[in-house]
Design a protein around this ligand. Sequence first.
Ligand code: SF4
Length: 478
Amino acid sequence: MERARRGEVTSAMERVAARENRDPEFVREAVAEGRAVIPNNHAHDALDPMVIGRAFATKVNANIGNSETTSGREEELEKLHAAVHYGADTVMDLSTGDELDATREANVAHSPVPVGTVPIYEAVKRAESAEAITRELLLDVIEKQARQGVDYMTVHAGILMEHLPLTDGRKTGIVSRGGSILAQWMEENGSQNPLYANFEAICEIFAEHDVTVSLGDGLRPGCVADASDEAQFAELDTLGDLTRTAWDHGVQVMVEGPGHVPMDDIAENVERQQAVCDGAPFYVLGPLVTDVAPGYDHITSAIGATEAARAGAAMLCYVTPKEHLGLPEPEDVRDGLAAYRIAAHAADVANDLPGARDWDDALSEARYEFDWRRQFDLALDPERARSYHDQTLPGDNYKEARFCSMCGAEFCSMRIDQDARDADGEMASIAGSEGTDLDASPAASVNLPPVGAHDTSRVPERIEVEGVTFTPETTDDD
Ligand code: SF4
């Protein structure tokens, strides 16, 4: 941020500009003014820099991480691999189980996308209880994670003692893990949130390592009944003040948002954050627009995420089908990411980002031309599209067919329409016209297939962490 303010276009800004199809000066200006962030710790060697900001394509974060009951180091790398493969723009390692350092170091070493963490989780493990966390321990954890190469950290510095009574009438109280830990600390110790009290010292660490701060929403609503209440907005006002404090230290800032919000409240929530936090990128979890569908919350939340991104949210934190029920497996990561890539892309099309619709147009043309192979190649998840088609029409000859098993040959409406247009001589001009040329599209790379097109050339083939060697599985299109 300091270099952007001095008018310098860094190599990370150049790379981001190329990926977004924007002028490097456009990127520099957005970073200098705090409207965009490039999370890029100096120590994260494998990173392919990316940008988060409302003027750019909407980004998607995938949460990974172990818990006390499930998942080991190898499984975590598998989840990282799945997240990057299915198009995550960033990942958050939310581990709270064993081997926290080794898991984090392996993730950073192997990740071409920015890695985020929530350092209060490690602090509470090391202190063995929330109330025993000290200032020294907090700063020690944050500094160590910064040295390990973490690109952005969530700090719940905006939840204050005076906010806690405001949650008394809530249906589901405080549902953020970080928020509940800090509320317990404040109640037991009778003093102000230590992340708030030591925020300037934390900013100095972040500035030194170029860690982006993600201001956590510890009082986010945990159900639609609690949305947009006094507690949530009191914390948001504090996040606005903290945004300006971090900027004073040259630290890049994004602000986290809810949670569970009914559809008709979402745009107002986004506009309020943008006004209170002077345009700092908004990073929203979902939001879920209804509470009635455990097992399908990747859908309830992707609906809200689309609306949030349409209204100006810059990054969407994915929710998997396991939300509220259990720790996600790699297949849940895939389903959650598909839902969120759709939300992000749908919002970019609606917001008329340069070239955003070209992907849709290219796929629609392939569909109408019965070019099944091209349709699969252009699909958000080509493997799934191909396998669903193969389930009923597996033969190679069906990849030339002018129908699929949905309506069958006789009732295929597109075939009937083509035949009618053929009779009128219209098809010849359609066949002769030029289709959408994705190579010439002005779209950002995240708005073009394949999803997850990161430069992985700096990701090492083998990683050694604490004497254990990993050779993560990769494929050419990772
Ligand atoms: S059969 Fe129906 S679903 Fe299949 S290609 Fe034709 S119109 Fe589309």
